[in-house]
Design a binder for this molecule. Structure first.
Ligand code: NCD
Ligand code: ZN
Ligand code: ZN
Length: 344
């Protein structure tokens, strides 16, 4: 297949950030996606519906004119989130999930939850009002090997949450292991997972390919090849539990090319082309539309998009950087080729 016309997709997990980089990230995501679930890990984080409404306005203000793009907002769960805030979020109609970051697990997560059990009243309210819980699924214990932190999270945290809140909708974000695939498969239809393009295309060897590769460093960290293959199998399985979430995360070049570099990979410039390459590599391109445009929308109870995009098997070369007033972003595959392109 050299051409593929699919319903316009949604990105169910993205970091757009704020301020000077916002026009760049919104420009990219809105070229491809009709809607996106926008992560709340700003500084300070988006902890209330009022903040989410303001942030949404800032996103819409920099959306290129004439482009249809719906930012679907999320709240950042903290030790102080109340059940009343959940009700407010639900009633706003613009908040579509609440994000749980274990404190210190990843970029801008220092105000995350230190004690999830202390938040059970909030989870109860979420279950009652039908607000999905979105999880960065890693433990933060430094004694747990970094490659095992996702697996340990499943056993020590998620199992308990799923048991206590059987009707709570849960998205295990950016899964990276066969353990997560097994876990999600074994749960009810309330539990789903997003898979990034970079975790479908890279394994942990790509972190050290001829030298250290800061632009491949993200959390959860890239895993062994056997895990990448398990993610690919899940993505093309046709199971509605797995859908597209890029986790595209802009970090200014010098914050990644540093003695202590930030975690995050930027894929918003060519997300669908990256997924197309990954799906195509295992003969699963015909499964891309459901993964990108159907399963996530259904999970979030959104109408399917009515516009279409066309992907063609045609090489494109990715620029070395995207510049903005605050510096530069080094995108995924910078200066290299991608096998697929979007035709407009
Ligand atoms: C994300 C970011 O930069 O905000 N980074 C990452 O490595 N994935 C945060 C996140 O999704 O964990
Ligand atoms: Zn995360
Ligand atoms: Zn993320």
């Amino acid at each position: 297949m050299n051409e593929l016309v699919i319903r316009q997709p949604d990105d169910l997990h993205i970091h757009l950030r704020d301020d000077d980089v916002l026009p760049l990230s919104v420009g990219h995501v809105s070229t491809q996606f009709r809607r996106a679930i926008v992560m709340p890990n700003l500084r300070p984080p988006v902890v209330s519906t009022a903040m989410a409404i303001e942030y949404r306005k800032r996103i819409l203000a920099v959306t290129p004119t004439g482009r249809l793009f719906d930012p679907l907002m999320t709240l950042y769960l903290t030790d102080r989130t109340t059940p009343a805030e959940i009700l407010m979020a639900r009633e706003s109609g613009i908040v579509h999930g609440v994000k749980y970051y274990p404190a210190g697990a990843t970029t801008n997560s220092d105000l995350g939850v230190t004690d999830l059990e202390g938040r059970f009243k909030v989870l109860e309210a979420m279950m009652k009002h039908g607000v999905p819980l979105l999880l960065h699924g890693e433990v933060t214990d430094k004694d747990v090997d970094i490659f095992d932190r996702e697996k340990v999270f499943l056993d020590s945290v998620l199992l308990r949450v799923v048991k206590e809140f059987p009707d709570l909708k849960i998205v295990l974000e950016h899964i990276t292991t066969s353990d997560s695939v097994d876990f999600v498969d074994a749960c009810s239809e309330k539990v789903a997972a997003t898979i990034t393009a970079h975790h479908l295309l890279l394994n942990r060897g790509d972190l050290f390919d001829g030298g250290i590769r800061p632009h491949h460093y993200c959390l959860p960290i890239l895993k062994r090849e056997e895990h990448r293959l398990a993610l690919l199998r899940a993505a093309i399985s046709g199971s509605p539990k797995y859908f597209l979430g890029t986790d595209s995360a802009p970090h200014e070049r010098h914050t990644k090319e540093a003695s202590c570099g930030c975690a995050g990979v930027y894929t918003a410039h060519a997300a669908m082309e990256c997924y197309a390459e990954a799906f195509d590599s295992v003969g699963g391109i015909d499964k891309l539309e459901d993964f990108a445009s159907t399963f996530g929308a259904r999970f979030y109870e959104l109408p399917l998009n009515t516009s279409y995009i066309k992907l063609v098997r045609k090489e494109q070369v990715i620029p070395p950087t995207y510049t903005y007033s605050g510096g530069a972003i080094v995108p995924f595959r910078a200066g290299q080729g991608l096998n697929w392109s979007i035709e407009t």
